[in-house]
Ligand binder design. Structure first.
Ligand SMILES: [Zn+2]
Length: 261
């Protein structure tokens, strides 16, 4: 895949990003959590597929495949006890956070963020009679977040969500139903988000978005929308690739055709 590679070889800190085209409108990112490396190859192949399929039509974009190098090198979710994807709410923070902010601030025309995570949690959470019921999670289960301010963005995704869900089920994946994450004893603001048939809608006034995640932070900063895809961690690389292909074919590409028609 062509594209310019940006790094700073003389700097101890460097998050590499690639830029495709002169005026990026989209951002793709993975590995904010260092233990989610299984999503990088499928993402880079998925993007490659999207660009080569439609070299003129696919919008200019940047890609940050390894957003948290020190955590990724260890294979840990966090580095030095810090979850990078909870840092996007106040000043200061890690060098990774600062570099990611620098990268995005140098591309003010980016309107949509597509973020890719792996879901490593083997448990599922449902609420029954006001209590959280914990069970084993189907390892094929997919879900995604959709974050935007309805006053500023109004593309309805129902016509893309239906085909995405159907294609996933046709390929023997399942759609997660329940809560994303639950910590009984730990205070964590990113938990108990309700996921229905693999989809979690997060709409709010822009300024109310800030919960420490990059995906919500960018909306608060003025991006139109962010999508976060949670690829199940405990399936084969081929299956991850297949899920990624489905996400691009049935959701991302049709959505972008609508957004930039
Ligand atoms: Zn993650």
């Amino acid at each position: 895949m062509t594209g310019e590679r940006f790094n700073r070889p003389h700097d101890r800190h460097h998050i590499v990003h690639k830029r495709y085209g002169p005026d990026p409108r989209l951002g793709f990112i993975s590995l904010l959590h260092g233990d989610e490396g299984g999503v990088v190859k499928p993402l880079s192949r998925g993007l490659n597929f999207a660009v080569t399929k439609d070299p003129l039509g696919f919008p200019d974009h940047i890609a940050i495949f390894k957003a948290n190098p020190p955590a990724a090198n260890l294979g840990h979710r966090k580095f030095m006890g810090k979850d990078l994807n909870r840092e996007f709410k106040k000043k200061g923070g890690s060098w990774q956070k600062k570099e990611i902010l620098e990268i995005f601030s140098s591309y003010p025309d980016i309107e949509y963020l597509f973020s890719f995570h792996e879901e490593t949690d083997k448990k599922a959470y449902q609420k029954v009679d006001g209590k959280i019921l914990i069970s084993d999670r189907n390892k094929n289960a997919f879900y995604m977040y959709d974050a935007y301010d309805p006053k500023k963005e109004n593309i309805s995704i129902s016509e893309f969500l239906g085909p995405l869900r159907r294609a996933l089920i046709d390929s023997r994946f399942s759609l997660y139903d329940g809560f994303d994450d639950y910590k009984k004893f730990r205070k964590e603001n990113v938990q108990l988000n309700k996921v229905k048939q693999g989809y979690c809608l997060q709409t709010a006034d822009s300024e109310k978005f800030i919960d420490g995640t990059l995906e919500n932070w960018v909306v608060a900063q003025g991006m139109k929308r962010s999508f976060t895809f949670e690829i199940p961690a405990h399936i084969s690389e081929e299956r991850k690739q297949l899920m990624m292909q489905i996400i691009f074919q049935t959701f991302i590409i049709p959505f972008l055709n609508r957004a930039y028609q």
